[in-house]
Design a binder for this molecule. Structure first.
Ligand code: HEM
Length: 545
């Protein structure tokens, strides 16, 4: 045999001769399997992409640049926009009819692969899980945020709100970032209510936990936008991955202790929250329903009427696990991590934006102050559930804040089957695409909110205006079967926390919303910080008309 033939038939060369056609076959198969998706995607408008990397260059810059660029560029293409993140097809929807098709469906409930970056932290908790596991756990968890349970939290909402007012005292007269205080307050309120443990038994402050969560969100956002960090085998080699492990251990340390404490309480026969409650409020409107106050947030939380005794979140988790069928210890940890995250960061952002908006609109703030002063008549008594029903103007300001600054600015789903859009007969969303619902943009559409859609106007939530809008035109808590389980908890807590702050302080700032630098790293925030100045105020006794 000639030396050339010997060389060509060497095992290494045979391997390469076989590898090349195998790779070519694989590539052809990949192309054919994506042909349908690409054909449908071609009909949807979007920025032109480059071979292989698609529109990856659009994701360059800091989180504020990315957010601003995406929002501004979206106007070039209408309400349905396609973007290629490398080989991944993302389709952004903002028409409420299309949004309804996806969110109201019991079929399109799978979260997109982007949520998998949360896995080392949140495991298979409610936010990420799908199929039978999600259904069973949703059924278990949703009733723990039933109105009967929420009413039992009112004293703890009051106590923690009053403590926040006292902590804020040292900032009076200076410019500071109120988000730090709101994060600490929302973590500690969650610990004492949904988790039912005293924050004093934790050796770690709510603030440390909240800061670890914020930095972890930065990392998840980095992996969303810089797609070379997406594959685990690359990310795991980086320093950021080691930092992520450290942050997760801070977070899990707290959740592990919370569960241990609750289990120990259970063994001693203790049920319910062990947090100190200084003063019990009596409430003549004990049976009043939330729907008397605001519409449109009802579905599976209060579906069975009646005064059935219900348990708070972690009590129920432990009890269910002791019966052994529905949830095991690992799953409880995943759900506690999920509720701790979803329950604090969203409300910290919502309340911080609310305070900034009060500062930016002194005339609107005056009306909120007038309302709380009318309700409390100069007293410093804690708020009752009935009081929260009277806070109609404050509530409108809160809903308007959630409209212009939705804490969850985008929601994503993975499509398993093609979907014909309601807004355009020529557009079919292909199976395999990631569908991104752009809440931030949807909430600012002129055809829903008029020519002044970008203006902060609490009257957008006057009952008659809210009733005449498309139900999917305002979805800060998402909607449909995967909507937020904590929405009523969030509204009640925020009304008590924010009214307590407004009863004690006037809020000031030289900045208007056009000055805010926004970033959408998982939760919408101000990249420039939520800077405000507090001025101590004495409540006035204002007689009702
Ligand atoms: C202003 C406050 C809040 C806002 C704006 C908000 C918003 C949302 C949104 C948009 C979703 C859907 C996310 C998605 O599909 O990707 C969601 C889901 C969820 N939220 Fe909230 N949320 C808030 C407060 C809370 C609170 C206080 C809790 C718990 C105490 C909570 C627990 C959850 C959970 C567990 C889910 C996942 C539900 C499921 O997939 O079945 N959220 N939230």
């Amino acid at each position: 045999m000639s030396p050339l033939l010997l060389y060509l038939l060497s095992p290494t060369n045979i391997f390469y001769f076989l590898l090349v056609p195998a790779l070519a076959l694989l590539y052809t198969y990949w192309k054919i399997s994506r042909k349908h998706m690409i054909e449908l995607a071609d009909k949807i408008p979007g920025p032109p992409g480059l071979p292989l990397i698609g529109n990856a260059l659009e994701f360059i810059g800091n989180p504020n640049d990315i957010f601003t660029n995406f929002y501004q560029r979206s106007f070039e293409f209408g309400k349905t926009v396609k973007v290629w993140a490398g080989p991944r097809l993302l389709i952004f929807l903002t028409d409420p009819r299309d949004v309804e098709l996806i969110l109201s469906s019991h079929v399109h409930i799978d979260k997109s692969p982007e949520y998998s970056f949360f896995k080392p932290w949140l495991g298979d908790g409610l936010l990420i899980s799908t199929g039978q596991k999600w259904r069973a756990h949703r059924k278990l968890i949703a009733p723990t945020f039933h109105l009967n349970v929420l009413k039992s939290f009112i004293d703890l909402f009051n106590k923690n709100s009053q403590e926040t007012v006292e902590k804020l005292e040292k900032e009076v007269g200076k410019e500071f970032d109120c988000h730090d205080y709101m994060s600490e307050a929302t973590v500690e309120i969650l610990l004492e209510t949904a988790m039912g443990v005293s924050k004093k038994t934790q050796d770690q402050s709510g603030y440390d936990y909240a800061m670890a969560v914020m930095k972890l969100c930065d990392i998840v956002h980095l992996r969303h936008t810089k797609f070379w960090f997406r594959p685990d085998f690359i990310f795991n080699l980086t320093k950021i991955s080691k930092y992520q492990t450290k942050l997760i251990s801070v977070i899990h340390n707290l959740t592990r202790k919370v569960i241990q404490k609750k289990k120990a309480d259970f063994q001693q026969g203790i049920r319910g929250s062990t947090a100190e409650v200084p003063q019990k409020t009596t409430d003549k409107y004990e049976n009043a329903s939330f729907e008397q106050s605001f519409n449109g947030l009802k579905d599976d939380l209060d579906d069975d009427v009646g005064e059935k005794k219900r348990m708070a979140f972690l009590d129920l988790m432990i009890e269910a696990s002791q019966n052994g069928v529905v949830i095991n210890d690992e799953e409880i940890k995943e759900q506690v991590d999920t509720i701790m995250f979803e329950g604090h960061d969203t409300t910290a952002a919502g309340s911080s934006f609310f305070l900034c908006q009060m500062a930016a609109h002194p005339e609107i703030q005056d009306k909120v102050i007038q309302e709380v002063d009318e309700i409390f008549q100069g007293s410093n008594r804690p708020a009752t559930f009935a009081d929260t029903l009277e806070m109609k103007y404050l509530e409108r300001c809160l809903l308007e804040t959630l409209r212009l600054f939705p804490p969850v600015p985008i929601i994503a789903r993975q499509l398993q089957q093609d979907v014909q859009l309601a807004s355009n007969n020529d557009h079919v969303l292909p199976a395999g695409a990631t569908i991104v619902i752009g809440t931030f943009k949807l909430h600012r559409l002129e055809e829903i909110y008029g020519p002044n859609a970008e203006k902060f106007d609490p009257d957008n939530f006057l009952p008659e205006k809210a009733a005449s809008r498309h139900y999917y035109g305002f979805i800060p808590f998402s909607a449909g079967p995967r909507s937020c389980v904590g929405r009523k908890y969030a509204m009640l807590k925020l009304k008590i926390l924010l009214s307590t702050i407004m009863r004690n302080y006037r809020i000031k700032s030289n900045l208007k919303e056009n000055d805010y630098k926004l970033q959408g790293d998982i939760i919408l925030k101000r990249a420039d910080g939520f800077r405000i100045v507090l001025e101590k105020r004495k409540p006035t006794v204002t007689m009702k008309d």
